[in-house]
Design a protein around this ligand. Structure first.
Ligand SMILES: [Fe+2]
Ligand SMILES: [Fe+2]
Length: 215
């Protein structure tokens, strides 16, 4: 375990739950950028700007695979296991969320493939666009359901509970919002887009960086 364990080996009480909350704010921002960029590209269809625009969308999807799917989902799944083993939280919602993780992880590579087709100037079909719309809606819906129905339960867990949940996991830094410049380089366009967004987004990023530094 990395930043979430102090030198005496104890999990810092609220860190993991706070990380999940921050992940949702950050992921929602990346989803918005992906969605806005896609529709801007569709409406403008400006070949001069397309290479950068398409690369930005590719970076957004690559980030989703590199961190939310690689680390955030498994940490949530471990928390779901703990909740079920201890009769906490709504069982049917947990089952639904697990299914959504599987579905989202199946759909993300399909979205990446659509972006590869765009890069190769293969025209999109109506069903590609439907797939993209459905994917964006699924991502937003998933975050919303977790925030509403399972995060209130996770918020009540104690430090020892989080130790049980995460002690077997190799924890990972967010390569976009919490990592150093070296790791962030692969997401340079995405990072630029985040910086150009609202002051709230900048504040979220700053908060994420500060939390990472002070943990
Ligand atoms: Fe999730
Ligand atoms: Fe989540």
């Amino acid at each position: 375990m990395m930043e979430c364990v102090s030198q005496d080996g104890k999990v810092k009480t609220r860190t993991l739950f706070k990380q999940l909350q921050t992940d949702h704010i950050n992921l929602r921002l990346v989803i918005d950028i992906l969605c806005d960029t896609f529709y801007s590209w569709r409406s403008e269809n400006d070949p001069e700007h397309s290479p950068g625009t398409i690369s930005l969308m590719c970076q957004a999807v690559d980030y989703i695979q590199a961190y939310p799917e690689h680390y955030h989902h498994p940490l949530e799944e471990a928390a779901f296991n703990f909740c079920e083993a201890n009769n906490l939280g709504p069982h049917h919602i947990i089952q639904q969320l697990r299914q959504q993780h599987k579905l989202l992880e199946q759909e993300t590579p399909r979205i990446r493939t659509i972006l590869d087709w765009i890069t190769r100037q293969i025209p999109l079909t109506e069903s590609d666009e439907t797939l993209f719309n459905r994917y964006i809606a699924m991502q937003k819906h998933h975050i919303d359901i977790e925030n509403r129905y399972i995060f209130p339960t996770l918020a009540r867990l104690e430090a020892g509970d989080w130790w049980n949940i995460a002690s077997c996991m190799a924890l990972q830094q967010d390569p976009l919002f919490s990592a150093g410049p070296e790791s962030q380089r692969q997401f340079d366009l995405l990072l630029n887009s985040i910086r150009q967004r609202s002051p709230i987004a900048k504040a979220n990023k700053r908060r994420s960086l500060i939390e990472n530094i002070t943990v």
